[in-house]
Design a protein around this ligand. Structure first.
Ligand code: PXP
Length: 252
């Protein structure tokens, strides 16, 4: 079953709403780890909307698990990654006015640029994951770009109606199998919740799920340690029976 990367961007969102010192994602990361997080994920955006440079620097120094740095493939961010040396860099697309990361990277259309960015980051010994939609074209392009991993965008699955979920789940399954067949390791995330995570956790070949919003929301009622424990439990022992109808034979 996959491991759990806990995304702490929303902790920084609350702090930045008042530009104060609290809540501090660095302190909160400790609670996530005590709750069973296998890794901590943060997105350092170009606009520094939530996570700040100091958060990434201190997380790197203090966490006991792995640090996955999400970032856009810009010169500034690549320099930052080379300096901090997180345990993984996940390259994501970034648009200034989006509420959250909207789609996957268009690796196919930006192959040369992303290949160069990937190899620069890898030259410091940092594995690179590309956040992509679960399609053949993007996976093939990710392999060509030399990525070690892909993170499959689960947003379409998460926002689909319960009727449409079997098709979206089948896409994720097929994409995982295809990625593995071309030597890409596979993570997944975006929009996963306590209600929809189990079928994704059952997909063989996915190594880690990156989950943020739903865990931080749940933490407001039960506390972060418990919220992480609850998610970890669902991911470790998901119900195997289909939560919705049989998936179609071929989806992507
Ligand atoms: N993976 C990536 C690449 C993301 O950009 C995000 C959102 O920051 C997540 C996972 C986590 O998504 P959510 O907050 O919806 O769980």
């Amino acid at each position: 079953m996959p491991s759990l990367g806990v995304n702490l961007d929303h902790i920084a969102n609350v702090r930045q709403a008042r530009l104060t010192k609290e809540p501090d994602p660095v302190q909160i990361a400790l609670l996530a780890e005590i709750g069973g997080a296998d890794g901590i994920t943060v997105h350092l955006r170009e606009d520094r909307r939530h996570i700040q440079d100091r958060d990434v620097e201190l997380l790197k120094e203090t966490i006991q698990t792995r640090l996955n740095l999400e970032m856009a493939a810009t010169e500034e961010m690549i320099e930052m990654a080379l300096q901090i040396v997180p345990d993984m860099v996940t390259l994501v697309p970034e648009k200034r006015n989006e509420i959250t990361t909207e789609g996957g990277l268009d690796v196919q259309a930006n192959l040369q640029f992303l290949s160069e960015s990937t190899s620069r980051i890898q030259s410091a010994g940092i594995p690179v994951s590309l956040f992509v939609d679960p399609t053949h074209n993007q996976l093939e392009a990710a392999a060509k770009a030399g990525a070690n991993w892909v993170e499959l965008h689960t947003g379409d699955y998460a926002t689909a109606s319960w009727t449409d979920k079997p098709l979206k789940l089948a896409k994720l399954k097929e994409a995982t199998a295809m990625a593995r067949s071309i030597d890409l390791r596979v993570n997944a995330g975006h929009g996963l919740t306590y209600q929809n995570v189990e079928p994704v956790a059952c997909i063989k070949g996915i190594e880690e799920l990156n989950i943020g919003h739903t865990i931080i929301a749940r933490a407001l009622t039960v506390g972060l340690k418990e919220a992480v424990q609850e998610m970890k439990q669902l991911i470790r022992t998901p119900r195997e029976e289909p939560l919705f109808g049989d998936p179609p034979k071929s989806a992507i």
